[in-house]
Design a protein around this ligand. Structure first.
Ligand code: 8YV
Length: 312
């Protein structure tokens, strides 16, 4: 069978690239030194794109791929894909939902624990041999605390269940009230005023850009910690840095940033922030399942079968 020309827009793991190379001719756009030359050479032949959750496939790039049929995202978030444009041009989009829900929720839960119990600082304290001079300062308990979840999708719900197991109460904000027992806040500001932990779990993209702004952080206040496992774009990072520096909020636990993999120096200097390198879904088990979905969606498409996980 003739191999299908594909464009790869992100650095992807070997266990995904191996089956992709077996079935397709993969052109590495991400590492190409002269991206324009690569597009001039192979653009008119490309029939599929593979990209990651945090990467982008802008319209000017897609316009140079007249035979493009499918974009397969190695991730649940497809905010980097112009989905309306794709729909209008008959291009299918797929992602990898469900298989990463538990790991991302575990990461959010870990960030809540790390920030409340100051576990990273405690680890540094021990390594600095400070324990011999006295005990580590007391931290804050989770039981009885209130979590406000922004975006109660699959991941938001899995986070809620974990935090309830820690004895916390849960409320949420989103586009609409859902048929769940957790309290709904139509106002994000009111949710932030109530919350000890404001947890961002909504999709990225234009609709949620800088949803967490200076006003929301002020409402969260000195009792509050911001957790973000969604997309860096949802939080106004400049406002967040100011809020962390001046004690407007107590702390932050972040797995995602506005301009990954760049993290502002000022944010790295914040002692009250726990920062992770976008590893929410980063386990062997989950990333292999995500890779399987990418490969199976492409195979389904190119053999005329329905997609396993269609976005459109
Ligand atoms: C991955 C993600 O980090 O699922 C998403 O939307 O951002 C992550 O799971 C990413 O897609 C893998 O590179």
């Amino acid at each position: 069978m003739e191999k299908i020309p594909m464009l790869v827009l992100a650095p992807l793991p070997d266990f995904l690239m191996a089956p992709l190379h077996a079935a397709h001719v993969c052109h590495d756009y991400f590492h190409a030194e002269d991206k324009n030359a690569l597009l001039s050479e192979v653009g008119t032949e490309i029939r599929g794109i593979v990209m990651a959750g945090g990467s982008v496939s802008p319209v000017p790039l897609l316009e140079r791929l007249p035979k493009l049929e499918i974009i397969s995202v190695f991730g649940v978030g497809y905010d980097g894909v112009p989905v309306d444009w794709c729909q209008g041009h008959g291009i299918r989009v797929t992602n990898t939902p469900d298989v990463l829900t538990e790991d991302v929720a575990d990461t959010a839960s870990a960030l809540v624990l790390m920030t409340s119990r100051r576990l990273i600082a405690a680890n540094r304290f021990l390594h600095a041999e400070a324990w011999t001079r006295g005990p580590f300062p007391l931290a804050h308990a989770l039981r009885g605390k209130r979590a406000g979840i922004v975006g109660l999708g699959r991941i938001g719900k899995a986070i809620a269940q974990r935090l309830e197991a820690h004895g916390m109460s849960v409320a949420y904000h989103g586009r609409a009230r859902q048929a769940v027992a957790w309290e709904y806040f139509e106002s994000l500001i009111e949710l932030a005023e109530m919350a000890d932990f404001l947890i961002v779990a909504c999709p990225g993209g234009a609709a949620t850009k800088h949803l967490i702004n200076a006003a929301v952080l002020t409402a969260l206040g000195a009792k509050g910690t911001l957790i973000n496992i969604a997309r860096g774009s949802v939080v106004d990072e400049t406002a967040l840095i100011a809020a962390l520096q001046s004690g407007i909020i107590r702390g932050a636990g972040l797995d995602v940033f506005e301009n990954e993999p760049q993290v502002p120096e000022a944010l790295m200097q914040c002692e009250n922030a726990v920062l992770l390198p976008h590893l929410g879904s980063g386990t062997h088990e989950t990333r292999h399942e995500m890779a399987r979905l990418v490969v199976e969606n492409l195979a389904a498409h190119f053999s005329g079968k329905p997609l396993l996980t269609p976005v459109c």
